[in-house]
Structures are given as structure tokens and as C-alpha cells.
Design a protein around this ligand. Sequence first.
Ligand code: HEM
Length: 456
Amino acid sequence: MLSILCDAWGVALPPEPGIPPFVQTLRWGFRPIAFLQDCRRRFGDSFSVRFAGFERPMVLISDPEAIKALYREPTHGLPPGRNIVLEPIVGSKSLLIQQGAEHLSRRRLMLPPFHGERMRSYEEAMNEIVEAEIDTWPLHEEFPIHSRMQAMTLEVILRVVFGVSSGPRLERLRETLGSVLDETASSTGRQVLGLILARFGGPGPFAHFEEQLREVDELLFAEIAEHRERPDLAERKDILSMLMTAEFEDGTRMEDQELRDQLMTLLLAGHETTATALAWTFDLLLRHPAELGRLRDSLAAGDEDYLRATITESLRLRPVIPLAGRRLSKDLVADGMTLPAGTDVTPAIWLTHTREDLYPEPFAFRPERFLEEGPDTYAWIPFGGSVRRCIGATFAEFEMRVVLREVLTRCELHKASPEPERPGRRNITFSPKAGTPVVLASREPARERPAEPVTV
Ligand code: HEM
């Protein structure tokens, strides 16, 4: 049902909350779930939201049929904002901001290292990283597991994606990228804002951040140059090596500047997201002893079906990225309405994932629901969809399996507080507000895994 007329733009869209854009933005920023629930209660499956600073409203949809209609059209573009926020960091060639034929040719080139059969070649490095990380955790003391997951997923990107294995460059990248990532993920994203201002000739109080980015670039170009010198480049298993040897359809390869842009893209898209998904999974598991016990029993028996179902359920209940929208290239007929070309439309991922008609007892954590059957393509969309679906989805799920398997086999962890974590916004993610504090009660040595399940 179309019930408002957008005066600035002149087209009819689904209803919107009758509050100023500034207030809608604040509600979205500080209490996103309450805001979404409120809109669902008032308007149903589709509604419009106005974010401050954006010329047009964003239409949020949650019916899988409508999402299918949106995602099945490959020519839709990106919603506004992504290039302004991301380009200063990921660069103009980034897969995240390219569109049309340029986007598709890059996507084709970048997909092979993320195919399922490649995952086994990353497993050993991932296992080593998790084992070493677990050994640093303090015993009997509270610590936030979210930041430990961030350290781990950064290390995975550095070693498995960038192919940096040791030495001073690894140290410096760890340090500089760590602080760049902290700044980009801060709830205010103040440094990013500073960079944008600086690009438009604004004041430069954020020169420090630009300085850090320059240092990161130097390190990345040095790594790319060193990779080029390697006689075994074509056989190497890291993703940078594969990107360096892969060819576009016209036989050309990525130039150094583009390689740098895609490395920053994979870092930005793959690090915080996976760490946050892991933190949410721990928050859920450690508050659900029956499900945790079943998972540990199944792992001890060498069965990973319940582990996969647990990850699927965690990404359903706690999707890390709330919106994955498009600007329509042509009219969209969906949910009984026709939205004209030019409209910005996005699935409201959390609303789709908590529909009672799709998921009985939608707010309960029940991995069992995915044991018999995997999720439906358009009813489970934590990785978005179609030609822009996350290229790291298989990689992220694989990494999550490695981490959960190792941590749950070796560690007896408790949540520091029995309360569920509340979602907060960290840049574009829904993230556990308190960082999921946990206490490590005991730890088995690495590799000597107990034959019997360890109880938590
Ligand atoms: C649990 C972890 C992750 C989640 C929840 C996630 C989620 C998403 C979402 C929602 C999108 C947008 C999709 C769309 O617009 O339809 C996306 C895109 C993307 N993701 Fe992920 N992601 C995760 C991990 C990763 C990893 C590990 C990598 C790579 C190392 C990665 C690389 C990318 C890239 C390059 C894109 C852009 C794809 C394109 O525009 O063609 N992501 N991701």
C-alpha cells in the first residue's frame, strides 16, 4: 500500500514513521532493533525510512518474495553513500564500490579463491592462528571475546589473504591496520568523516588517520612487490598470489594500485564482520547450555552438522549487516506495489530473519531448525544476494567453524554476565554492545584434544 508522497522527489512510496529524519537516524543509530520492530508493528512488511543527509528515503522490505524480485535483477545499482564513505579507504577500484560491467569483471576474477574447495588449503593457517590466540587468553579473569575475535580474524586476513607470514612487515601491518580498523569501526566513524572532509578541501584535524593509511599503503605495495619477485607465485596458496596471477577476460591482470584496493576491500569487508558473527555466536551458545552441550557432544563425535546449523542459526538471529540495498535501475513490482526506477530499496535483514511465518518461535535460538534442511535463499540473507552477494561467505563460515571447533574443544568458557548482549552500531554492523565479556575457567593444551566432551 503506497501512502506517502515524497515531495522532494515526487514519487509515492510505502509509509514512513512520522518523525523528522534526524530523529529516525538517531533511533536507527542507537536502538536499531526497537526501531525496526516498531516500524514492523505499525506498517507491516514494507515501509520507508529517511536517514539524515540523504536526498531520498530508503524503502525497507522483508517479504522473501519481494527480496527475490529485488535481488534477481542484476542491473540495479548501489544505494547512495557507499562510495563516499568507503572510497577514501578502499580506493576507486574496490569491488565494494564498482558497478555494472566493471564490477562483474572484477567479481569473476576474485571469486575462485573463495570457492568451497579452496577452503581446506587455508585450514592449517587458520588452526595455527586460533591455537596461538587461545594460548594468550587469561585464566579466571573477565575479558571481551569480541576484541579477541577481531585479533584473530585480522591475523587470518594478514596471513591467508595477504600472504604475509612473518617478520617486521607483519608486525607493522598488524599494528597500523589494527588502529585504522579501530577508527573505521568506531561508532562515530569520526576519522572516516575527517578523511571525507579532507578530500573535499575541509579542515584537516584527522591528518593522523591519513598518515596511518599512507603507512598501510607503503606496507601493502612493498608486500605486492615482494610477491612479484617470488618464483613460486603461481603455486602459492594465499589469496593475494591468486589475484596477482588471475586474468581478466581480455587477458590483462590487476595492476598494483588495484591489488592494493582489493586487499583493503577484503580486509574491511571480511575482518570485523566475521569477528562480530563469532562474538554473537559465543553470546548465544554460552547462554544456552543444552545447545552448547549438544554441539560439544557432536564435535567430540567428529560430526559437524550441528556446528553448521549453529552458525546458520546465529547468523539468522544476529545478522551482522542489517541492510544490503540497491538503487533500482528499473521499476520493481513487489509486495503489491510498484516502486519506480531510482528508488533506494533494501531488505531489512533482521526483520526477514525474525518473521514468525518463516521461523516459528523466531526469537528462540534453535540450531535444530537448520539440521534437516538448509535455509531458503531469500529468507536467510546475512550475506545479501545475487551479483553482489558476499564473496567471502564460504570463507567466513569456514573460518567460524575452525574457531568454534577449536575454542569449544579446548576451553571451558562462561559468560561474565547471564544477560544477553544488546546490539549496538559499530559503523555498518550490528555488534554486541559490551563486547561479550567471558571468563575462561580452564584450557586444554593445543592438539591434545580430549576424546570425551568437556562440559561447560
Ligand atoms: C560473517 C561474516 C560476513 C558477513 C555477515 C558478510 C556480509 C556481507 C554483506 C551483507 C555483503 C553485501 C551483499 C549485498 O549487497 O548483497 C557483503 C559483501 C562483500 N563481502 Fe562479506 N560478509 C562477511 C565476511 C566476508 C569475508 C570473510 C570477506 C572476504 C575476506 C568478505 C568480502 C566481501 C566483499 C568483497 C563484498 C562485496 C561483494 C560485491 O559487491 O560484489 N565478506 N558481505
